[in-house]
Design a protein around this ligand. Structure first.
Ligand code: MEV
Length: 449
């Protein structure tokens, strides 16, 4: 019978592992050995990882790969990507090379503002609150001066404060909305600290004001929190070339490829079922770089999908135009990123990734990440509208299938060679594996895998 545990977080790492292995595993020794085999050899590096979160037991590996040949605003980059999906890095690299020969990616920062709110309930006279806010705004700025000093020295800080009436959505619901510039940091802690200060100052001033009745003074601050939706922190990346310079695979003409490609994008613009998969492919390229550079992929995911639905219907993050013989393909996406703070100076692989990217600032990183997303989408749509996705996808997945079958290196080499000019499917791979190994009945193997 399993026991609940009190004070788990206070146990040493060894004791946590022991408890867990005893409680949940048939062979505790194997569980312990596995967890320990993933510890870093250098105890100092391991300690760093242990201290990123609570209750760390071990590390969880993800492949770290690179996609070379990205020409972005005329400069060449090799982009670091941390991702487990077999075909993502290959697809990014393929697109990068394709566009390298056609002028590369061009990026534009459209805006870099972030936003946060004090959400509160006020049940009183609206005009009084509006005029009180106007009078108090300068005090809110003044009270955060200490918090914002460093950020202001770097050219950032609080840009604006607004009072927003949300009472038509919920009785008594108001917001103080704050706009921030956080320069090269993602700025979550900075924003939340400022918001909590606004809340305190606002309540203090309200209590001291003679304008309000006791009932009006009884506001309730529900919460102070940044918004991960950043429609004013947007980057665009685009590629373009003459239609005649395009080549699809499978021998279709450049004109037909351009038309089919544009239709594929249009379908994602108008059909949420397709848009979701289309954008998922974009996020393959975005998240992999976000993780490699120590940024918050959940925040980026959340913002991207809200942005994709900003017009009331979920739609594509990329767009395509074919006009006057020119093919243009672009992405616009909210990316609130940091290249200082957070994990950027702590995680050795994040440091490595940022060095590889030549220490970009946040705006440059936005351009690189958006280009990775666009490249990924281009590769997916190019395959989907020509050869079909499975050809490339399954080729990359073949090694996973063979590893699951515990094929030897020699077997893998011969089977990969065999599939060079054939379509891979799971059962074709198992059948070939059985032939190579001399197994008579592939069904036995299929049942177990
Ligand atoms: C798979 O991870 C991503 C794709 O489905 C994206 C797409 O369909 O555009 C290939």
């Amino acid at each position: 019978m399993r026991q609940a545990i009190k004070g788990f977080s206070k146990l040493s790492k060894e004791a946590k592992i022991e408890w867990l292995s005893d409680q949940y595993f048939e062979s505790p020794e194997d569980a312990i050995a596995l967890l320990k085999s993933y510890w870093h050899l250098d105890p100092k590096v391991q300690k760093l990882h242990d201290e990123f979160i609570e209750n760390t037991l071990s590390n969880y590996y993800m492949p770290f790969g690179v996609a070379p040949n990205f020409k972005i605003n005329g400069e060449l980059f090799t982009i670091p990507m941390a991702i487990e999906e077999s075909s993502v890095v290959a697809a990014a690299a393929k697109s990068a090379t394709y566009w390298l020969e056609r002028g590369g990616f061009k990026t534009t920062i459209i805006s870099t503002k972030k936003v946060g709110h004090v959400h509160f309930i006020y049940e009183g006279d609206e005009n009084k609150l509006q005029s009180f806010f106007r009078e108090t705004k300068a005090i809110l700025f003044r009270d955060t001066e200490e918090l914002t000093a460093n950020m202001r020295a770097r050219g950032g800080g609080i840009i604006d404060l607004k009072l927003i009436n949300k009472t038509s959505d919920m009785d008594g619901y108001w917001q103080i909305e704050a706009l921030f510039e956080t320069c090269d940091s993602m700025g979550a802690n900075f924003i939340n600290s400022c918001l909590e200060q606004f809340s305190q100052s606002f309540q203090r001033e309200l209590q001291a004001s003679a304008q309000f009745s006791a009932q009006e003074k009884a506001i309730q601050v529900v919460m102070c929190i940044l918004s991960n939706y950043t429609p004013e922190c947007i980057v665009r990346s685009e590629v373009s070339c003459k239609v005649e310079e395009l080549n699809g695979d499978s021998g279709i003409s450049p004109e037909e490829f351009a038309q089919k490609f544009q239709r594929a994008v249009r379908i994602a613009e108008i059909e949420p079922y397709r848009a979701t998969t289309h954008n998922k492919g974009i996020m393959n390229g975005i998240d992999a770089v976000i993780i490699a550079t120590g940024n918050d992929f959940r925040a980026v995911e959340a913002a991207s999908h809200t942005y994709a639905a900003r017009n009331g219907k979920y739609s594509s993050l990329t767009h395509c135009e074919v006009k006057d013989g020119i093919f243009r393909f672009w992405i616009e996406v909210p990316l609130a990123l940091g290249t200082v703070g957070g994990l950027t100076r702590l995680h050795p692989m994040v440091k490595f990734s940022l060095d590889l990217l030549q220490q970009p600032n946040a705006e440059q990183l936005m351009g690189i990440v958006a280009s990775s997303g666009l490249a990924q989408n281009f590769a997916a749509l190019r395959a989907l509208t020509t050869t079909g996705i499975q050809k490339g996808h399954m080729k990359m997945h073949l090694l996973n299938i063979l590893n699951q079958l515990e094929a030897t290196e020699e077997e893998k080499e011969s089977i990969v060679e065999y599939f060079k000019d054939k379509v891979v499917s799971h059962s074709a791979a198992v059948n070939r594996f059985c032939e190579v190994r001399g197994i008579k009945n592939p069904n036995e193997i299929k049942k177990n895998h």
